[in-house]
Unconditional design. Structure first.
Length: 244
């Protein structure tokens, strides 16, 4: 599952890439700061492009909260309660039109989460080793997601699906991967007129794995005692016996 990402591009680069504008100029300085490791379990604010305003770049908490929670003060207690099932960080796309949270967002509240990379665990001899995945050209990756709005607060989740051959080798325990949208499918994902079959078609469209660079990084990524939000967390670290 995709619980860890990185985003090291300036906001202007994101705006230019997707032809959007940041909705809150006061947040530019905050999001201009590179974040080498974003840990989803801390429910950080991240930038995303919402279906309802596809020309805007907004920010929300990573971890979707059902809209039945009417008050923003209900969000933190919900995250504490939701920890036992992943905190809403990821949503299985196979359950998109059945799950009590996802089905309310599937048709009207889809989003794009721009990242420069993400991390997945690889298991070898009962030990976990983190892989970093990014584009070979270091450009932005467009992850497909859903969002909700609780008063003035937005929350979102990253959609996942069964692993491609490449991700089956990397995420070899769970055999899952985030849904990476092809550049030509980004605007389609935000289209207001999509029906259920259109959405499933985009979900099942395979991203070209040959465009991705994948390599192992420091196991500090997994340690709560280490500050892994540092440039070196994106450096390649070789481990004996790990060959894809």
């Amino acid at each position: 599952m995709c619980f860890h990402t990185s985003q090291i591009q300036k906001v202007k680069k994101i705006e230019n890439h997707y032809k959007v504008s940041l909705v809150d100029e006061k947040a530019r300085e905050t999001f201009d700061a590179p974040r080498f490791h974003i840990n989803g379990f801390t429910h950080p604010y991240m930038l995303f492009i919402p279906q309802e305003e596809p020309s805007k770049l907004v920010y929300g908490h990573w971890g979707i909260v059902p809209e039945s929670k009417k008050n923003a003060e209900d969000i933190a207690p919900y995250y504490k309660e939701a920890m036992r099932f992943g905190g809403g960080l990821n949503a299985q796309s196979e359950k998109l039109f059945d799950h009590f949270i996802y089905k309310n967002s599937a048709l009207t509240k889809r989003c794009i989460i721009p990242v420069t990379g993400f991390f997945e665990p690889h298991e070898h001899k009962s030990k976990k080793y983190p892989f970093h995945i990014k584009k070979k050209d270091d450009n932005l990756l467009s992850l497909a997601g859903l969002y909700t709005q609780i008063e003035d607060t937005l929350t979102f989740t990253i959609l996942t699906k069964a692993a491609s051959p490449l991700f089956a080798k990397i995420h070899n325990k769970k055999n899952r991967q985030p849904i990476i949208l092809k550049d030509q499918d980004v605007q389609s994902w935000l289209n207001q007129d999509l029906d259920e079959s259109d959405i499933k078609f985009l979900i099942n469209s395979n991203y070209n794995d040959n465009q991705l660079s994948t390599f192992t990084v420091s196991k500090d990524l997994f340690s709560p005692k280490v500050d892994s939000n540092i440039p070196s967390i994106l450096d390649k670290v070789d481990y004996e016996g790990i060959v894809l």
